[in-house]
Write a protein that binds this ligand. Structure first.
Ligand SMILES: *[C@@H]1O[C@H](CO)[C@@H](O)[C@H](O)[C@H]1NC(C)=O
Ligand SMILES: [Zn+2]
Ligand SMILES: [Zn+2]
Length: 348
């Protein structure tokens, strides 16, 4: 395979990954969904009806109904990265005397991450149920800005506790609702935000660590090949030093899978690090992403108590008191790791 073909495949794979990863939040208002919706609108007149219906059905199954597809995809990507790391990078690193301790870090991180991933999937995020709603109503006071007392969920037919929201994918109301995450096929709410945060940090650390080890390996490979001091004869018969482009091309051709993997990992790392920082910020200021979106004027339940995600308010509500409920960074964080329990508040 020549360099250009390989490079084209590489770009296509990376772009596909970007599209998949961007789509994972499953939210209505992400820039990506706005772009994809407009693409659908443009392409729609040229595609046959059955194809449209099929893709709508697929999208519905994938993003608007509970399913394990993204969990499988997640495991598949992980297996691919770890297999590649174990079979190619690991052996090379051993040869160049990287210690076994630093080579075992990715596996330790994998074990820790799997534990939090499992908890995110399995733990009840804090579903509002008929049996528990009476005590759940007392966990948080209504702020009368975003959450108003006495509003019922039209689907669950239960009074909505403050900070809760109906998840349309799981078809239930969830306490301190943050968002529905398709990667763990569960809502992120009062009881599992902590696991979600730890999970995000573990995935970042995993991607970052493997990327560093791989990068180190590639640098050694280049140094060892002596390419940096090599030169070639150009078409005019002149001697030219091999530039960086030459080195990149050499790496692509010698270690195509490793370079693929490194590109993917660097991308995943920056994307998830940004996402993890955003969620840490929210945890520190005692907000959920749901509240953050709402107080930015995307949805205002003040003028429409039963407004859905798609409802946009104009004019946008007042933003000035966005962190009104923060009791200090540490106490906010404490509440994430020790969520307020409905039972504790029973006798207030
Ligand atoms: C977080 O905000 C809620 C209101 O939205 C408030 O009841 C709660 O006490 C706050 N918790 C902390 C630790 O600030
Ligand atoms: Zn509901
Ligand atoms: Zn959900």
């Amino acid at each position: 395979m020549d360099f250009l073909t390989l490079f084209a495949i590489y770009v296509v794979v990376v772009l596909t990954c970007i599209v998949l990863v961007c789509k994972y939040s499953g939210r209505q208002q992400t820039p990506f969904s706005i772009i994809s919706n407009s693409i659908v609108k443009v392409v729609a007149p040229f595609t046959p009806k059955w194809l449209q219906r099929f893709s709508q059905w697929t999208m519905h199954r994938l993003f608007h109904q509970r399913n394990n597809m993204f969990i499988y995809l997640h495991i598949l990507l992980e297996v691919a990265v770890y297999a590649e790391f174990t079979y190619e990078v690991f052996a090379f690193c051993r040869e160049m005397d990287t210690t076994l301790t630093s080579l075992s870090v990715p596996y330790i991180l994998l074990a820790i991450k799997t534990y939090f991933f499992y908890l995110c999937i399995k733990r009840d995020p804090g579903a509002v149920t008929k049996k528990k709603v009476a005590v759940q109503l007392h966990v948080y006071p209504y702020d009368r800005r975003l959450f108003h007392p006495g509003v019922s969920c039209p689907t669950c037919q239960l009074v909505k506790p403050a900070r809760s929201k109906h998840c349309r994918v799981c078809n239930r109301c969830v306490q301190r609702f943050d968002h529905h995450c398709v990667w763990v096929n569960n809502c992120i709410g009062a009881q599992n935000t902590r696991y979600f945060l730890l999970y995000l940090f573990c995935v970042c650390a995993m991607a970052g660590d493997i990327a560093i080890l791989t990068g180190d390996m590639l640098i050694h490979a280049v140094l060892r090949s002596g390419l940096l001091s090599a030169s070639y004869i150009d078409e005019y018969g002149q001697q030219q030093p091999a530039g960086p482009l030459f080195v990149v091309q050499h790496l692509f051709l010698t270690f195509p899978r490793i370079v693929f993997m490194l590109g993917f990992l660097v991308f995943v790392f920056f994307l998830l690090a940004g996402y993890a920082l955003f969620h840490s910020f929210l945890a520190l200021v005692n907000q959920t992403s749901n509240e953050w979106y709402k107080s930015r004027g995307y949805v205002c339940q003040h003028c429409h108590p039963t407004a859905t995600e798609d409802h946009l308010c104009s004019p946008a509500p007042d933003h000035s008191k966005r962190y009104f409920y923060s009791k200090g960074l540490l106490r906010n964080l404490g509440e994430i790791f020790f969520p307020l329990q409905p039972v504790q508040k029973k006798d207030n």
